[in-house]
Structures are given as C-alpha cells and as structure tokens.
Design a protein around this ligand. Structure first.
Ligand code: WQD
Length: 339
C-alpha cells in the first residue's frame, strides 16, 4: 500500500521537484496549489518525467473550511510537505499582512488537521533567512536566530516556533524543518524548472534570462563587501539535491528514526560561491560571455551565508551530490527549453 503524501505548493519550483522524487520513491502524491505563483502546466511536466499524474486540487489554504474538507476527503493522508507560502522578501516588506495571513494561517489550519490524526508527519519548508547575517560561518543549526529583516523571514521563524510548540504537546505529530540555502537549477529533463513571474528577483534566473537575451544585462548588487572579490557569497544548492533531502526527511519520520518530535536541518552544499564566481561558472557552462554591470548594494542582503552540512550528512543521511556548474548547466538547459 502506497503512503499518501500531500504536497502544498506542489506546482511551484521546489515543490514540483519534490513531487517527482516522491513519485520516484513510490509515494502516492496529492498536490494542493492555489496557482497564485505557479501554473497547471507544471503538472504535465511532472507526469512527463515520472509517467504518473499526481492528483491536483486547486485550493486556497487561507480558507479554513476548505482545509477541513480536504483532510476529511483525504483521511488516509499520512504526511504533508508544506511549501505553499508567499516568498518574495521585498514584497513582504510592503504587504506584511498578506504574508502573515498566507504563510501562517495556512500552516495553522494544516497543523490543526494533522493534530486530529493518529499519526502524522510534517516537513516544513524553512530558510537560511532565519539566521540573518550569521556571526560564524559555515552556519550550523545551533546558530542563533536573528531578528528577521523582513516579514517573509519572520513568517519562517514564527512558522518553525508554531510547529515546535505543537509537536511538544502532540505525541502523534512529528515534524522536520528544512532550512534551505539558495535553491537553483532544474530537473535534467528540462521538463520542470524555475518559472519566475515578471522580472526575476533571484540571481540565477536573472542570469539565464540575460544569457538568453531576454534581459540586457545583469546588475551585480555591490562589489564592496568584505569578501574575496567584494561580492556576496551564498550556498547554491541544486534543486534536485534539495528535493531528495525532503524524501530523506520524510522517510526518517515514517521510519521513526527521528530523535525528537521536531528537528531542524540545514540543507546546502556546504560551499560558498560569490556572485562573480557564479557568473564565471555560468559563462563556462553556457560557453558565452555574460553582460553585467556592478551597481550599488541591494538593501537587506547579508554578506555571506553557507551551510555547515554535518548534521544533514551524518544524522539525516543526506548529502548534496551536484555542484554549482551542474546546477547552472541544468538552469541554462531549462531556460533554453522555454518558449
Ligand atoms: C543572491 C545573491 C544578491 C539578483 C533569497 C531569499 C531566500 C531564498 C532565496 C526563499 C545576492 C545577488 C541577485 C540580481 C545580484 N528565498 N543578486 N543581482 O537574496 O540570497 O535569497 O532567495 O526562501 O529566503 O532571501 O538570493 O538570488 O536574490 O541573491 O547581484 O539581479 O545575488 O545581491 O548577493 P538571496 P538571490
């Protein structure tokens, strides 16, 4: 009998790659997505890769009654991987209530339904944003949580606390929060990938669109940081490696291997790369020069963030296998496949 897993936000960039890996591992997947930042066409891409069309329900998880009804109809669900959230850092500063409602109310309604079940597992999509500018690099899970610099980052911090507090009083609910570093790239088939709406906020989709000629040039936000080449350093992780971490976390909970009812893991490669290093790597994989210019810093950017992956490697039993060039090559192949 297949374990039935709900993936909220399952038509999004990371969610869709997780659905593929879950299906590859024999899980039955039900996708919930409100299509506010994704498209139903992603369902075709997933199905083309795995040969299995996941059940898809278009649902606004801000409606508590719809959530209650969903879990009544899918009473055999044994776990939820929760991606559904708004995630634009800049936008969250201007629309805080939209972010607190969409990112927290939906989590609470899902937890209330899982709490009713005899046994339930939750994997929560968190972010290295919770660390802010860490004092020590690489960043371990015991690094202090800094005051959030945006409502988006705050919703990740509060979300973790809500889950932690709930797991403390529910012996039937077990959860793992995965704190992602910078997810990039696309499935090797180029049938799913990142689909930024409008002007990409993130570095790699902006680079691939510039490489394709859709953008005139990339603006590098600051080259006067205290780093080797003056540009910010991040831990860029291939989205397929990240997706596999979710399956590892789910299997850990299903297998009862978790040490506590609530656990946290940093999911990164453990290697930091500067913006200029990403540009150079992209030029090598695309075999073309990239147009870019050095401009002022972007407000809110931390200087450097990359993961200490010891806990994920040794406790979760997961390790990133793909490197920066693999990820950039897949992102470029995906960009070139888009019409
Ligand atoms: C990376 C680096 C920019 C664009 C954000 C969120 C994080 C997560 C991932 C959701 C920085 C520089 C970027 C550009 C540039 N999202 N850059 N020119 O800010 O590290 O993380 O996305 O969970 O929570 O905070 O990623 O890709 O935006 O920026 O120079 O056009 O690239 O300054 O140094 P970031 P990013």
């Amino acid at each position: 009998m297949k374990h039935k897993i709900v993936v909220t936000g399952g038509l999004g960039f990371i969610g869709s790659h997780v659905v593929v890996e879950l299906q590859n591992e024999g899980f039955e997947v039900v996708i919930i997505d409100d299509l506010s930042n994704s498209s139903e066409a992603v369902l075709k891409g997933i199905t083309a890769i795995t040969g299995i069309q996941p059940v898809f329900e278009k649902l606004d998880l801000r409606d508590k009654n719809l959530v209650i009804d969903f879990f009544k109809r899918h009473h055999d669900v044994m776990g939820v991987i929760h991606f559904a959230a708004s995630k634009a850092v800049g936008e969250s500063v201007n629309l805080p209530l939209l972010y607190y409602e969409n990112n927290l109310n939906t989590l609470i309604y899902i937890l209330q339904e899982l709490h009713k079940k005899e046994a339930a597992h939750l994997i929560f999509s968190s972010s290295c944003t919770v660390y802010g500018q860490a004092d020590v690099l690489p960043i371990t899970e015991s690094a202090p949580i800094k005051a959030a610099e945006s409502p988006y980052g705050n919703t990740k911090q509060i979300g973790e606390e809500i889950i932690s507090d709930t797991c403390k009083v529910s012996d039937n609910l077990k959860a793992i929060a995965l704190r992602y570093f910078n997810p990039i790239g696309a499935h090797e088939s180029a049938k799913i990938g990142e689909l930024p709406i409008g002007t990409p906020q993130n570095l790699v989709p902006f680079i691939t669109q510039t490489g394709k000629g859709l953008r005139a040039e990339l603006s590098v936000f600051g080259n006067d940081y205290p780093t080797e080449d003056g540009t910010c350093v991040r831990d860029y992780i291939h989205v397929v490696d990240l997706a596999k971490a979710h399956v590892a976390a789910l299997k850990r909970l299903i297998g009862g291997a978790n040490a506590d009812n609530y656990e946290v893991f940093n999911i990164g490669t453990g290697k930091g790369s500067s913006v200029l290093e990403v540009i150079t790597a992209f030029e090598e994989v695309s075999n073309q020069k990239l147009n870019y210019k050095l401009v002022d810093r972007r407000a809110g950017d931390v200087v450097a963030a990359y993961a200490d992956t010891t806990k994920a490697n040794n406790v979760l039993g997961w390790k990133a296998k793909l490197n920066l060039k693999d990820a950039l090559a897949s992102a470029w192949k995906w960009e070139q496949s888009l019409k």
